[in-house]
Design a protein around this ligand. Structure first.
Ligand code: HEM
Length: 133
């Protein structure tokens, strides 16, 4: 499996542990105030990261070069910033709107890189196709 797939799955499973921990905490306390953070950690952090990791595993030629690594780091940092600041926003901490916005834009930029990787032929990423196949 390409290393970028490993990175996406490792980050994803960490997000899933945090997301499930938050879900359990909400259930036990019967206080669902951070449902938005829980849902985004699980869906952006676990489900979407795992889909990206699986895509690169199925298309190893696309996993070569700088772009997939930029995709991983920008997307993962964005999900971390966005969901952590959303958690504190929902808890009533002042001044959290800006970090939520910055994290959200990083996530969106990561998704645009994913779209570029998916639509472009592997050769457009400077990959030696023969080596990857
Ligand atoms: C042990 C695991 C989990 C527990 C204990 C848990 C618990 C919860 C709780 C208490 C809520 C708030 C419900 C409400 O106020 O209406 C919630 C909402 C939600 N959870 Fe989880 N959850 C778990 C795992 C997951 C996973 C793995 C995902 C996605 C992959 C997920 C996605 C969502 C979504 C999207 C919502 C929002 C639903 C809505 O607002 O209609 N949860 N969860």
């Amino acid at each position: 499996m390409p290393s970028v797939s490993h990175l996406f799955f490792r980050a994803g499973i960490v997000f899933l542990m945090v997301g499930i921990g938050l879900g359990l905490a909400m259930s036990i306390s019967q206080n669902h105030d951070v449902t938005g953070a829980h849902a985004h950690i699980n869906l952006l952090g676990w489900v979407t990261s795992a889909v990206f990791g699986a895509y690169y595993a199925l298309n190893p030629a696309k996993a070569q070069g700088l772009l997939p690594r930029l995709h991983f780091w920008l997307y993962t940092a964005g999900v971390t910033v966005m969901t952590a600041s959303l958690y504190f926003l929902l808890k009533g901490t002042p001044g959290m709107e800006a970090p939520v916005a910055v994290g959200s834009l990083m996530v969106a930029a990561g998704v645009l890189i994913a779209a570029w990787v998916i639509f472009m032929p592997a050769a457009a990423q400077g990959v030696r196709l023969q080596a990857a196949e």
